[in-house]
Structure formats: C-alpha cells, structure tokens
Ligand binder design. Sequence first.
Ligand SMILES: [Zn+2]
Length: 125
Amino acid sequence: MRIIVKKELIEGILAYSRDVHPREIILLLRGKAGNDIEVNEVVMPPGAIQGLGFSGFQPYKLPFDLSIVGVIHSHPSGSSSPSIHDLNHPYGKITMIAAYPYRSVDNITIFGKRGQMLPFEVVAQ
Ligand SMILES: [Zn+2]
C-alpha cells in the first residue's frame, strides 16, 4: 500500500497549523482509498473543537462519507508521535500529525490504525 499526498495540501496544512498555533488543528482527510491511499483535500469536521492541548470532533455528526480516509491534527508540543488518545480513537485509515514548528514535510508523520508509522509520498499534482 502506498500513501500519496498532494504537495499543496501539505503546505496548506503546515500554514494553517502555524496560523492556529498554539492551538491544535483538526481536519478530515478526503481522497481515495483502494490498494493505495490518495489524499487530495482536507475538510473541516462538523462540530470541531480546537483548544490548547486538545482537539476533537463529534463523529456522530459526520455524514457517511467513504471519501474520508483519515484525520490530520497538529501537535503544538512538537511531538511527532501519536498520543495514547490518538491511538485509542483512530478515525479512518490513517492518522496524520503535523508537529510544531510546522516548517516542512519533515514535520508531518502518518500512522496506521495500530500506531505503526507509514511512509508516504508527496506529489506535485
Ligand atoms: Zn495527537
């Protein structure tokens, strides 16, 4: 399985994370999930809560949407590892974390449902 993420999406996530810092961001990742996972856009979750050291949303408010492949949230602490909470509450196939200082793709990590780090490719288009 390959994970493919658009470059402009990564840049948008990093810029938004910087804007909102020190609060966390949380966005849904939308794309295609087949043999590979393609992440094409982000959408604001309904009922999103963004706070200091906490971000979340209410999954029951989500429309049934197979194009949601996972969630991106930021870690203002700078940790690029999933927290216990992240591991206990996965949503979708992948969990993406943007870690402070949100400067480049090096600050982005992606994890699977069991907390395993997943490699990903960044594409221009
Ligand atoms: Zn987290």
